[in-house]
Design a protein around this ligand. Structure first.
Ligand code: AMP
Length: 367
């Protein structure tokens, strides 16, 4: 008999890694998703939302429900919540679905962000550039991910193009943040309010997609580390969050600036599968099931995670590297699709970098 039955809305790689982490804890998983042959198909029962009595069946098959994406329907979460707990809570999901409410919430809690303005017309976009100063970043307020749904306006001449590209819906105009690097802080909060914070990661993106995360962050001052921990603690408690929460940050001269949060396990925390004592996936499952949380500290002096994107590559060269772990998601090849990741660890940051160089051919091959 399973100790808990967890329902997951979605059945992608995040659900897969939650199930892989939760199964040894005697937790059973049920996935609510239309997709056939998905990364989760071997790991539990799949219920297709379009099938007869799907929602009723899903709700009665589980003790608690979670989700993989910040774009999960709030309406669906509210409906399920009438009968079974859904974690992270509706408040965390709702706030993270809208860039304006999210950034307003950050500022209300004393968490710095870029200056921002709401924009609903070309005229307002032009006046936002006057108010914020060039360059600015314009984004759709909802449904943007991996750098999609956004444009940079460098001069007045770019306003028309940006409006044509993104206009029609509500936008957020942000001042351009001069950051030296991008960081993320991930933490889990239990039903009883217990909080565990992972070491901060440094994230390298290319074409708007995360490529590499490294832990620890080289030369991060203790003040900034504390700032990141304070930010996420404030958010977790304010939201009454249960489960994992991720906060993406810009590292700036004067301190950290928050960009966005995700009420879920995150690509920049995949290193924790072998890199920490208790991975973000296990701690998410523990949190939503009301179990005590595990130790998020790094086991290794240095870790890195590299995404396998678009193509599968020759995996034998990863398997031959004793400092590397391959995690494939069972997905077919497609341009810019995240197909898997490799975790690398070593006793020194230099050794990790040397291993990344050794894996360079594989990564190159994977686009
Ligand atoms: P987002 O969709 O908000 O995660 O943004 C995608 C990427 O665009 C970020 O990872 C940053 O590299 C960049 N970016 C977003 N907002 C800003 C900003 N206000 N200033 C500078 N760069 C930004």
């Amino acid at each position: 008999m399973a100790c808990k039955r967890v329902g997951i809305i979605g059945s992608g790689q995040l659900g897969r890694m939650m199930a892989l982490a939760g199964t040894p804890l005697d937790v059973e998983f049920v996935f609510f998703d239309e997709a056939q042959g998905s990364p989760c198909s071997q790991l539990g029962r799949m219920i297709q939302p379009s099938s007869d009595n799907a929602l009723k069946d899903f709700i009665s098959s589980v003790d608690v429900v979670t989700y993989e994406s910040e774009n999960t329907s709030l309406e669906l979460v509210r409906e399920i919540n009438k009968q079974k707990p859904v974690y992270p809570p509706e408040l965390s999901l709702g706030k993270s679905q809208h860039r304006l409410t999210e950034k307003t919430e950050f500022n209300d809690l004393g968490i710095d962000t870029a200056k921002f303005k709401r924009v609903t017309s070309k005229q307002e976009l032009a006046s936002a550039t006057a108010e914020l100063g060039f360059p600015i970043v314009v984004k759709t307020t909802t449904l943007g991910y991996d750098g999609k749904g956004q444009a940079v306006i460098k001069t007045a001449a770019d306003v028309d193009t940006a409006w044509e590209q993104l206009g029609g819906s509500e936008l957020i105009a942000e001042s351009f943040v001069n950051f030296s690097r991008e960081l993320s802080v991930i933490a889990a909060r239990g039903v009883n309010g217990e909080i565990k914070i992972y070491p901060i990661a440094e994230n390298m993106h290319q074409d708007g997609i995360l490529r590499v995360s490294r832990v620890p962050v080289k030369g991060l001052s203790p003040e900034k580390e504390q700032q990141a921990k304070d930010f996420i603690t404030l958010l977790l408690n304010h939201l009454g969050h249960v489960g994992v929460l991720t906060l993406e940050l810009f590292d700036c001269e004067g301190g950290l600036v928050a960009n966005e949060m995700a009420p879920r396990v995150h690509n920049s925390g995949h290193w924790s599968i072998e890199g920490s004592f208790c991975s973000q996936f296990e701690n998410h499952v523990r949190a939503i099931c009301g179990m005590p949380l595990g130790n998020p500290e790094a086991k290794q002096a240095a870790s890195a995670m590299i995404n396998v994107i678009g193509k599968n590559g020759d995996r034998n060269c990863v398997l031959a590297n004793s400092n590397a772990h391959l995690h494939m998601y069972g997905k077919s090849e497609r341009l810019n699709r995240k197909l898997g990741h490799i975790n690398v660890f070593a006793d020194t940051e230099k050794e990790v970098e040397d291993n990344l160089v050794k894996l360079a051919d594989f990564i190159e091959e994977c686009g």
